[in-house]
Design a protein around this ligand. Sequence first.
Ligand code: CUA
Length: 161
Amino acid sequence: MEINRIERYWLLAVTTVLGAFAAATIVALAFFGIRLPSPVDRIDPRNLEQTEFARPGIRQLSGNRYEAYIVAKSWAFEAGPGLGNPPTLRFPVGSEVTFYVTSVDVMHGFQIEDHTANLELVPGQIARTTVRFNRPGKYSIICNHYCGAGHHVMYATIQVE
Ligand code: CUA
């Protein structure tokens, strides 16, 4: 079969680009710990009181391991009492934190600055991600999914010290 010379170049270009994408995916999985967030469980947003999200907040599991339950609603992240508004979550350097986040109204986002955490918050769906905080500093949690008039003020802060 005769393949036109220009067509051959295009085939080569397409194969090279697809190969580069596949290689980038494999490198991200193997060396940078990039994972797709997996579905955890569902809740009924109208019955939040019946779930672990009735009392959002930080719980220390052991040593440097924590979990944080956070509720997203237009237009704030609720992370428990006494953390301020918008809340500031404090963790010691070296902490490993598993975030459980859900939305009770519309789609929101949950992205932690400078860390590999980027969740899509679907109402009624629990999203989970685990993050290790190795460097002291102040990192924003932002809603990166347009969710209405207050989208730009929907954020929280993580203080690693
Ligand atoms: Cu919540 Cu944008």
